[in-house]
Design a protein around this ligand. Structure first.
Ligand code: FDA
Length: 501
């Protein structure tokens, strides 16, 4: 209700936020979670909660008039995207000048739209990226805890070896291995028992039915089924969906006062509320958390926030590319949407790359091998607050993406040379073989130990925390969800022990 006070508020409901909500709830602290996206639990007219990738409707994207899929064309034709009605759909694409960022919107954040790949980073790289964090505690305790809570599992290699749904992956893995590269299975939060039942015809198809970036109707253990369900079960946590925090202030008693806009599905304002809390956790994602803090600092609402807020952003070296296979190497009409294998060439000092073998479930044979490469790109961008637009603007140029492109090119040139194959130039618009202008893994903006102390407490204030991907300085070398979760577990444990006495 308007003017209400709660002990703790969590902004957002992705990985960092969900961990915070559960651990606060377990500690007996009454907590409100504010999420701007929808609660995705009711079927639409077609009986499904989410739409598919091949027939997207208004549920697909966040207030767009046309879908903006990562692969925008096929044979240069605009056959992928569809006109849709503006609606609070589950996937957003935020377009800055030289970089577009995909994020999830809804109760569960990115877990609703992502591939669920749950990879623990290499310890030496983790130590280099976050030298202030005790790596022994992370690898002994918090990574295993995160994997258990997230219900991470691995595909049965026998199922993988036989099923037509992973032909695309077997073809790409064999080619990489023939070129002397190492491949590894990648764990995931998609329930592989469910997937095997889908293949056998005993369960409704989701991963095997072309669902992922616009939501999975079955099979995926997204946060609403894990951390957030456990948080609600404590009895101390409530989640308010379609509630967007627009401003943060501090009152004379040191409570945080939030401006919260509750909107309907047509985006009409139902109510603008003021909510106060003692402890405030920002889990709105790299972009969301950074924007709220920059706005608070630069409008003078929280003037003592560190100058480092806004700095240290990177796309986790994301570069997408695709190769054209020979006619005798079809990649399969049927493709699981969940990648389960990666090429691991992180030991190559010339070009460190971890590339996932990605599906292209077009429903037709394409002979395409698609990859999302994670590269060790040292470039960093930063956000500035544009007062006139009341928005955070990302300062990142296409030139800054080039070290990542060069590393990816070195890996895939090697595979092409070995097999006499070439790149596909028709998938990303503009005759480009490498998509260097969008990412799935935004990291940084409120870097741990720079804008915050060693546990995510914002410098300059008390009882104010960043708890999500904004803490990681731009790169982690693998898909980031496990690291975000484990880091939040570590930080919350310290914060609950010290700040709630
Ligand atoms: P996250 O972004 O998950 O959640 C933030 C939430 O806050 C959102 O629900 C948002 O709506 C809400 N919010 C933002 N501003 C707000 C405001 N002002 N008020 C209220 N709510 C607000 N990673 C991985 O490890 N393996 C993978 O396979 C993939 N695959 C993948 C595919 C795709 C398509 C995408 C888009 C992303 C991935 N990722 C991934 C990345 C992964 O999903 C991402 O790193 C995490 O979701 C980030 O977690 P956070 O906790 O930072 O926030």
């Amino acid at each position: 209700a308007n003017g209400a006070h709660v002990p703790a508020v969590v902004i957002g409901s992705g990985y960092g936020a969900a961990v915070s909500a559960l651990r606060l709830g377990e500690a007996g602290i009454t907590t409100t979670v504010l999420e701007m996206g929808r609660l995705w639990n009711e079927p639409g007219a077609d009986g499904k909660v989410f739409c598919t990738m091949t027939a997207p409707d208004e549920r697909s994207m966040w207030f767009k008039r046309r879908t903006e899929a990562p692969l925008s064309t096929l044979l240069w034709l605009d056959v992928v995207n569809r006109n849709i009605d503006p609606y609070p759909g589950v996937l957003d694409r935020i377009n800055y000048d030289d970089m577009s960022v995909y994020v999830g919107r809804g109760v569960g954040g990115g877990s609703l739209v992502n591939g669920g790949m749950a990879v623990v980073p290499r310890r030496d790289y983790f130590e280099a990226v976050l030298p202030g964090v005790d790596a022994a505690a992370m690898y002994d305790r918090y990574f295993p805890l995160a994997q258990a809570e997230l219900q991470v599992n691995t595909i049965d290699p026998e199922f993988y070896a036989k099923t037509e749904y992973y032909r695309f992956s077997r073809v790409a893995a064999a080619q990489a291995e023939a070129a002397g590269l190492k491949t590894v299975f990648v764990p995931d939060v998609y329930d592989f028992d469910h997937m095997e039942r889908e293949a056998a015809g005993d369960a409704e198809k989701s991963a095997l039915g072309g669902e992922v970036i616009y939501g999975n109707n079955h099979g995926k253990m997204s946060l609403d089924k894990t951390y957030l369900a456990s948080a609600l079960a404590t009895g101390n946590v409530t989640i308010a969906s379609r509630h967007q925090v627009t401003a943060i202030e501090i009152d004379a008693d040191g409570n945080y006062a939030l401006t919260v806009e509750h909107r309907d599905d047509a985006n009409e304002l139902i109510e603008s509320k003021r909510l106060t809390c003692r402890h405030l956790f920002l889990g709105a994602g790299s972009l969301g958390t950074t924007e709220l803090l920059l706005r608070a600092r630069d409008t003078g609402a929280l003037p003592d926030l560190d100058e480092a807020v806004g700095a240290g952003w990177g796309p986790n070296g994301n570069v997408m590319t695709a190769r054209a296979n020979h006619l005798w190497n079809p990649t399969g009409l049927k493709q699981s949407t969940i990648p389960v294998m990666g090429i691991d060439d992180w030991d190559n000092p010339e070009a460190r790359v971890f590339a996932e073998l990605a599906p292209l479930p077009a429903g037709i044979e394409t002979w395409i091998s698609l990859y999302l490469a994670i590269t060790d790109n040292p470039e960093r961008g930063h956000f500035t607050y544009d007062a006139a637009a009341d928005k955070a603007v990302l300062n990142w140029s296409l030139e800054q993406a080039q070290p990542g492109v060069a590393a990816a090119k070195s890996m895939f040139d090697r595979i092409n040379r070995k097999h006499g194959t070439s790149y596909r130039y028709d998938l990303f618009g503009d005759d480009r073989a490498f998509a260097d202008d969008f990412c799935y893994h935004p990291l940084g903006g409120c870097v741990l130990g720079e804008a915050t102390d060693a546990y995510g407490r914002l410098n300059g204030y008390e009882r104010l925390y960043a708890t999500d991907s904004s803490l990681i300085p731009g790169s982690i070398g693998v898909n980031p969800l496990v690291t975000i979760t484990a880091l939040a577990e570590r930080n919350l444990e310290a914060i609950l022990a010290a700040d709630f006495a």
